[in-house]
Design a protein around this ligand. Structure first.
Ligand code: G6P
Length: 742
């Protein structure tokens, strides 16, 4: 049986059921009315005949009384009548009065009726079934002054009530069924006509003609669904993401030749050395690590702060230069900041305010109004630079990080049709904590100029939505995960960032065994030494002190590794104009010194600490030559050191120890996950890593490398671009709809 037939039959059954119940209710009401009518008639007949009956009865004239009773039963519905005295003996009756009935009637009820004094005699009624006939008897007292004479009993045949009630029920049932049938037929017809109309209108729409106004919402939903399915196919099932594919998405989906990246940190810094020479540095920044391959793939412009001491002389008159040096694959547009601007915007608001605000690392945020002014001014300055670099009225702009929370709104007001994707590379705090910031509303409003705001994890997305909910009057759509603020919709999405894969730095490095050998030679390590590495900016969020303390604990608990295990920490000085960063360098040095003092012997030093910048090629040599890498961040949006270490190990050896407080710990499941505050747990994990069999290392590495090969940085950017293109199409679509007269 077809689905439609089944549904139709089911509907009909329900309709008939309802009709039957309705007719039963009406039938019951009709029966009540008829019975009431019988009672009223009996009472009327009694009162009409009462005096004559009383007179005849008192005289003892039975014939006269019988004649009166016969007269009463001329009414068709009145079947028989009789009178009986207080002694319960019948005085007179009509000929048809059934004797059996009298026996029934003169039972308990009749006796009770004559028990009390006459003034308490009341009428009584009874229903009796006699030989399949439904009878109704009414008994009324007959009084002659105070003297009780007895009762008049009138017997009605209720058969006619049954018949009439049955007729009423049948009529009602037929009427209800007809109405229900007519109603559903009309509905089906209307639905068919509407469907035909909808299909015609939809075809009309697909041909590019204007749809009817009432179909617009439906068509919009259909459009969105199609786009979503397409986007899912693009991102999830379309195979591996490569630079070529990313470029193709940009061209085909966004009709763009280039993207504009706005990021404070520039990817190449020209620095003048004390000897007067100029070196080009690639800064230690996860953001730079991730974004450079994206821009190389897409080509475009990187708008960043020209912070190097030799930056000006290495840019043209319009502050531009092509990078990477020697390859020149994309454009770097440098923005010049005064000392005050850099102090207030970068060191002040961004790194002494927002950075500690967003990281749970026990550093107090500082908010100063002078910094806030500079932050606003610099955000405007960068936004204006983007406007200059945009070569269309709908450019694709990728705004990066907590340095530019206000830029999206400034940009939106200057280039309303731009696709603005803002990515927040660090955690987003809980709403209450975010409320510490005196400019919480302005920051949120600024970010809501974006088309999409992205975070590494869903938890950070939720925190952001909660902050908007708490501090702004905005409409939050939890289904769509979007926010409508002042008529503009911003989507909030998790996009876990990653690194390039295949990794060109790993490919360019010497084999892992050679890297190891060169590390051994350079640091004078024994042939059976175990090497651990840590690679970070010198930042209090990275848990470097805790990491070195865990190394000390390992040596304390396992004397057998003393003399063999060496931990090399590369710590790139960072934001050194900020006191807490300077102090950190001293504290880290003190921990390293104390562990070394306790366990050094015969030229062996357990901790080798470099507080210096290392270029990527050098960092990769450490990754590739080590037995383990320990990432112990106290709080970290993602942490790309963890992913880089895995990408570097094409020999599928080496163990990753990873803090549970990093975004990466959700993805790098082959790592040993540790709580960096728990020195016992961390030192046990270090020991486990040192002792881990090569086969287990391989299995763990393989699973993480497999993950990275699929979830690379092209996918990260690709997902954002595909989502953005979907939004653009939707906007076009909505624009087209709203152009139509409704
Ligand atoms: C973090 C931030 C980046 C920043 C990097 C280095 O990864 O999310 O935006 O570039 O640290 O910090 P710096 O202040 O030297 O640019």
């Amino acid at each position: 049986m077809g689905q439609h037939v089944r549904i139709t039959l089911l509907l009909l059954a329900v309709l008939f059921g309802v009709a039957w119940l309705a007719s039963a209710a009406v039938g019951q009401t009709a029966r009540d009315w008829f019975e009431k009518d019988v009672l009223q008639r009996a009472a009327l007949a009694t009162s009409g005949a009462h005096d004559s009956l009383a007179r005849g009865w008192r005289k003892g004239d039975r014939t006269d009384v019988e004649a009166l009773l016969t007269e009463l039963t001329r009414d068709d519905r009145l079947m028989a009548a009789a009178v009986y005295g207080p002694d319960l003996l019948m005085f007179a009756s009509t000929a048809e009065f059934p004797v059996k009935l009298l026996r029934e009637l003169l039972g308990k009820q009749a006796r009770e009726a004559v028990e009390g004094p006459p003034e308490r005699w009341r009428p009584w009624h009874a229903k009796v079934d006699l030989e399949n006939t439904h009878l109704h008897a009414s008994a009324f007292p007959i009084l002659e002054g105070p003297t009780p004479l007895g009762f008049l009993i009138l017997v009605h045949n209720l058969g006619y009530i049954e018949r009439r009630t049955g007729q009423v029920r049948m009529l009602m049932f037929v009427a209800f069924a007809l109405i229900a049938l007519a109603g559903s037929t009309a509905t089906v017809l209307a639905a068919r006509l509407t469907w035909r109309g909808s299909v015609a209108a939809f075809r009309q729409f697909l041909r590019g003609e204007a749809p009817a106004a009432e179909l617009k919402p439906l068509l919009r939903d259909v459009q969105e669904l199609v786009e979503r399915i397409r986007a899912e196919e693009e991102t999830d099932f379309g195979g591996v993401w490569t630079p070529e594919r990313l470029k193709q998405v940009l061209g085909s989906k966004l009709h763009g030749e280039k993207v504009i990246i706005v990021a404070n940190r520039e990817p190449y810094i020209h620095s003048r050395q004390p000897d007067g020479s100029v070196v080009v540095q690639h800064p230690a920044s996860g953001l730079v690590t991730a974004l450079e391959p994206v821009l190389e793939a897409c080509s475009g412009v990187w708008v960043g702060h020209g912070s190097g001491s030799a930056d000006r002389e290495n840019a043209d008159a319009s502050s531009r230069l092509r990078v990477p040096p020697g390859e020149e694959r994309y454009l770097l547009r440098r923005v010049w900041l005064s000392r005050e601007e850099e102090q207030g915007y970068y060191y002040g608001l961004a790194n002494e305010g927002l950075w500690p605000l967003c990281h749970v690392a026990h550093e107090r945020p500082s908010f100063r109004s002078e910094d806030w002014k500079q932050y606003q001014a610099v955000n405007r300055k960068f936004a204006m630079t983007v406007v200059e670099e945009a070569d269309s009225d709908d450019p694709v702009v990728l705004v990066q990080d907590y340095h530019f929370a206000l830029a999206p709104r400034y940009l939106r007001s200057r280039i309303p049709k731009a696709t603005l994707i803002t990515f927040w590379h660090i955690p987003w705090p809980e709403a209450e904590r975010f409320g510490i910031c005196p400019w919480r509303r302005e920051l949120l409003e600024g970010l809501l100029g974006s088309s999409i705001v992205g975070f590494h994890t869903r938890a950070h997305c939720n925190n952001f939505m909660a902050a908007v909910d708490r501090y702004l009057e905005a409409r939050i759509d939890r289904e769509e995960i979007s926010i409508e603020f002042r008529g503009h919709v911003t989507h909030v999405r998790p996009y876990p960032i990653s690194i390039e894969w295949p990794n060109k730095r790993a490919k360019a490095s010497p084999p892992c065994a050679d890297c190891r050998a060169s590390l051994m030679a350079e640091h004078g390590l024994a042939a059976d030494a175990w090497i651990g590495v840590g690679v970070d900016r010198l930042d209090y969020t990275k848990g470097i002190e805790e990491r070195l303390l865990a190394v000390g604990k390992l040596l304390e608990k396992h004397p057998e590794v003393r003399g063999r295990f060496t931990f090399i920490q590369l710590a790139a000085p960072s934001r050194t104009a900020i006191p807490s960063y300077r102090n950190l360098g001293e504290r880290v040095q003190a921990v390293a010194d104390s562990v070394n003092a306790a366990y050094s012997r015969n030229g062996y030093r357990p901790i080798i600490l470099f507080q210096a910048h290392h270029e990527p090629a050098s960092v990769f040599r450490y990754y590739r030559g080590a037995d383990l890498c320990y990432v112990s961040s106290l709080h970290d949006g993602m942490n790309l050191v963890a992913k880089e270490f895995v990408a570097s190990r094409d020999d599928e050896q080496g163990v990753l120890l990873l803090s549970q407080f990093t975004g990466a710990s959700r993805e790098m499941t082959g790592a040993l996950i540790v709580n960096p505050y728990d020195l016992d747990e961390a030192s046990d994990a270090l020991y486990k890593a040192i002792m881990m069999a090569s086969s287990e290392q391989r299995a763990r590495m393989q699973s993480m490398r497999q993950f990275l090969s699929e979830f690379n940085v092209y996918r990260w950017a690709g997902r954002m671009l595909v989502d953005a293109s979907r939004l653009r199409q939707r906007e076009r679509f909505e624009g087209r709809l709203s152009d139509e007269p409704s």
